[in-house]
Design a protein around this ligand. Sequence first.
Ligand SMILES: C[S@@+](CC[C@H](N)C(=O)[O-])C[C@H]1O[C@@H](n2cnc3c(N)ncnc32)[C@H](O)[C@@H]1O
Length: 241
Amino acid sequence: MIAKKETKHRPTHRQSEFNLDGIVPWGRRLDEYEAFFALSDVPLAARILDVGGGPASFAGEASAQGRHVTAIDPIYAAEGGAIRAQFERTAKAMKAGMTAARYRFNWKFYGSEELVHKRRREALDLFLADYAREGAVRYVPGSLPDLPFADGTFDLALSSHLLFLYGDELNADFHVSALRELMRVAGEVRVFPLLNLDGRPSSHLPVVMQAMRADGFVPELCDVDFEFQIGATKMLRVRKD
Ligand SMILES: C[S@@+](CC[C@H](N)C(=O)[O-])C[C@H]1O[C@@H](n2cnc3c(N)ncnc32)[C@H](O)[C@@H]1O
């Protein structure tokens, strides 16, 4: 297990369908991030942080298009080979979980379980090639809620498939600290999805939104043109006033 730093936030119960070994490295591609976060309104020059980027190919693919992306994740302390090995262990558990839970996904975007897995492998291969080339520049080892960046380093921070999704692993206090940290290092934060692994709305969301308002920030729930977990059709967007 690579990402052991999270063990202090142990699960309070196990998911019945997805029996995963903690917060797993399972990565998505650029077109998926564009859909989750409605990135078409984000200028090319924006400095973007992908927090919990894992083996996603977003940072590499977006950078190839001229975007400025830095990714941070505890797994970036590991070599590419160790990340691939962890991915392979995850793939087995994901396959079993997705088969058991297939009824609560909308298959319109991906088509089938096989095609989801094919995409995850494409993302991994693209990520590993970029990681080998740009590891020291683009991929920073580190973890929420303490990021090694100065205030306002980024225009936008993205969190995909970490916060809220792993709400049994990471408690409400962690989520509030994580969002505060992201708002310290970035001008705006976007988070997707807002459901947990069981497909239920995260109970941490109202707590986080209240804390953001109390801090003087502007949290809002925005519709996105994407649905895979049925009902996961909104992202959280937090801006400075
Ligand atoms: C399911 S993957 C999502 C990867 C990518 N964001 C995507 O959506 O394709 C979750 C990632 O979060 C990372 N992670 C776990 N705890 C973290 C923390 N405290 N801070 C930042 N990343 C963390 C894991 O190592 C893993 O790579």
